[in-house]
Design a protein around this ligand. Structure first.
Ligand SMILES: [Zn+2]
Length: 255
């Protein structure tokens, strides 16, 4: 399958030319595509057209080393495509470690935010995709990779927060910043499939040799905030389900 075929699949799925598109990718789940991850980036840009803005996560998993947008690799679990994307000519990347990368007319407006702590506040790059009424594409991954849901958790003011830290350069010195993050195993983010499907707000179909989900950030955030207002711990596994990450999040609500 070549990039043009993949671009056609993306159009059929519902990618709107000229729109803002945030993509989370597992290339392994949709390969082979001619040209590899580079061919996939080409396909996404073809589908969006020159007036579209393509956005990908680009943060580092390194808490100890100050971030340099020109050299710091993207976290390994973001995959090969995300790490290739920020290195492309014309792509802009956030200047902080919770980075996203983007290309297109809205790129600067999306990625050039102040350092958001926790990572996906309403004024983070994912929050700005939401504000700009962007679409979200999950390519070979599920909602467990969907950063919009972390934006929704913060808008709904979920009561859990796990102690995390990062390291930034301040006045020429490396400085540690401690913060609380709305984090857990994220498996129950899969609930968003049901909320979106029930209202016909999620397109699903083949892209490459895998499956993709496409929806508007505003739809998933709105529905998720409604659900979390009814049950703020909805995304955490139950106390009997032996999930260490969700147990930690649950304990953090007691303190
Ligand atoms: Zn869990």
């Amino acid at each position: 399958m070549n990039p043009r075929d993949v671009a056609n699949q993306l159009r059929v799925l519902g990618i709107e030319p000229g729109s803002v598109l945030l993509v989370h990718i597992s290339f392994r789940a949709i390969r082979p595509i001619e040209g590899g991850p580079q061919g996939l980036i080409e396909a996404l840009r073809l589908a969006l057209g020159p007036q579209g803005t393509l956005v990908m996560p680009s943060w580092t998993g390194d808490d100890e080393t100050p971030f340099d947008p020109a050299t710091t690799p993207a976290a390994e679990d973001l995959g090969a495509t995300a790490d290739l994307f920020w290195r492309q000519p014309g792509v802009v990347r956030s200047g902080h470690l919770q980075a996203f990368a983007a290309i297109g007319p809205r790129a600067e407006a999306i990625v050039k935010t102040p350092l958001p702590l926790p990572p996906h506040t309403p004024d983070s790059p994912a929050g700005r995709v939401h504000d700009l009424d962007g679409q979200v594409l999950l390519l070979g991954v599920g909602h467990d990779a969907d950063t919009s849901l972390h934006v929704a958790e913060l808008l709904a003011e979920v009561p859990y927060g796990i102690p995390r830290h990062c390291t930034v350069m301040l006045d020429g010195r490396a400085m540690r910043i401690d913060y609380l993050e709305n984090d857990h195993c994220c498996q129950r983010f899969a609930l968003a499939d049901g909320w979106l499907r029930a209202r016909g707000l999620q397109a699903e179909g083949p892209v490459g040799h895998g499956t993709a989900r496409l929806f508007r950030a505003r739809d998933v955030v709105r529905l998720t905030v409604e659900e979390l207002r009814r049950d703020p711990l909805l995304f955490l596994h139950g106390a009997g389900e032996r999930c260490a990450e969700c147990d930690e999040a649950r304990r953090s609500t007691l303190g």
